[in-house]
Design a protein around this ligand. Sequence first.
Ligand SMILES: NC(=O)c1ccc[n+]([C@@H]2O[C@H](COP(=O)([O-])OP(=O)(O)OC[C@H]3O[C@@H](n4cnc5c(N)ncnc54)[C@H](O)[C@@H]3O)[C@@H](O)[C@H]2O)c1
Length: 391
Amino acid sequence: MSRQLGVGLYGAGNIVHDGHAPAVAAGVSTRLAAVCDIDEARARTLADAYGGANIYTSLDKMLADPSVDIVIMATPNNLHRRDFEACARAGKHVLCEKPLAVTYPDAIAMARIAEEHKIVLKTGFNQRYLNQIRMAKLAIEAGLIGEVFSFRTVFSAKWDNWVDGSNFRWDLERSGGATTNDNLIHRFDMLRYLLDDDYAEVVADVSHCVIPPVVDDNVHLMVRTNKGARGSFIADRYSPVLGDATELYGTKGSLSFWTNAGSPFFDVPLAINTTVPMNELPEPISKAVYPTARSKQNRHAWDGWLSIWPPRNEWDTYAEQLAGMAEEILSGTRDGIGATGFDGARATELVHAAYSSQIARAWVSLPLADDAPFAFPDFEGHGYDAKAGRS
Ligand SMILES: NC(=O)c1ccc[n+]([C@@H]2O[C@H](COP(=O)([O-])OP(=O)(O)OC[C@H]3O[C@@H](n4cnc5c(N)ncnc54)[C@H](O)[C@@H]3O)[C@@H](O)[C@H]2O)c1
């Protein structure tokens, strides 16, 4: 068996519990070496659940542990930049949870520090590994929908659906935002990944309307990309998920996928409309078309529509993400799916630019300067008072 990489979990909160710790245990080339959290009991409970590991309450001590090769950083967002630098100096590879940082200057600095110290830095955009996203990427690359000039995406998630252990999301300074920087940032990455494109301009309405903490809970963005596509991003944090679809409109067809919603309207994970005949579809797609009889007997899909039901792999995405990173460290082969530090910085850049647009009430051009000034929009006084009506 090839070398196993020791993983140090930094932060033993919810996403480590649900996603990263099982991923480390499932990996053939990874093993759990250490767990570090300011809450020692939390670190110990997690380590014990996986057969034991070194326990730390200080990052510096974990970084001095030679059995740790990779640090999975899953602490509140405002700590990522500072702590990443310590990891890089110690020569540890880092899988940093999204968002890489709160501001674009911090995020781009992290990507550059990784290069300087020759360590692998990955950003935890695990949703790239969802099977329906892999197939959407394949469909776009195979030309099934032609050139995309328009897209729209929705991400609603009620604020008390995901309970984090340290309650950091509702504190702007610690999270950098509860909707744009927490959820919508997944889509910022996903769209630029799928389209192999970058954002050129954004205009945003980032507001606080409903929930008790004064954070962004209702967000609308319009963007233009370098290749000329126009798109809109809509997200809220006050309502249960109704739809979380992403739709791409191309010159030869269109596609729509759902990410991980559990609403009754979550029907087909990926739907493609294309003029490409069935027998010319890339194999993973033709195998996942439902019903299969249609793909075997008809050259063309009914009215051009293909319903794709890939195997569901929501929680396996963490293992696939880590396996790709481990392979890259061990063999030097770049994992083609995983988001790099620069990918993470580009997504943070759109959050930063959206806030700047809200403050300026104007379109903002990208790329931003490496030292672009950052400020939070003023959410105070823009909320909804149920008794008084709109303030
Ligand atoms: N990829 C995804 O879809 C996804 C999903 C959820 C969370 N996340 C990201 O993971 C990170 C953690 O989120 P969570 O929901 O697990 O939060 P959480 O509050 O449940 O966990 C954070 C942990 O960090 C610990 N911590 C806080 N300050 C610390 C410090 N100074 N030193 C050491 N430990 C410290 C806390 O004790 C807690 O155990 C965030 O960056 C979040 O954006 C990503």
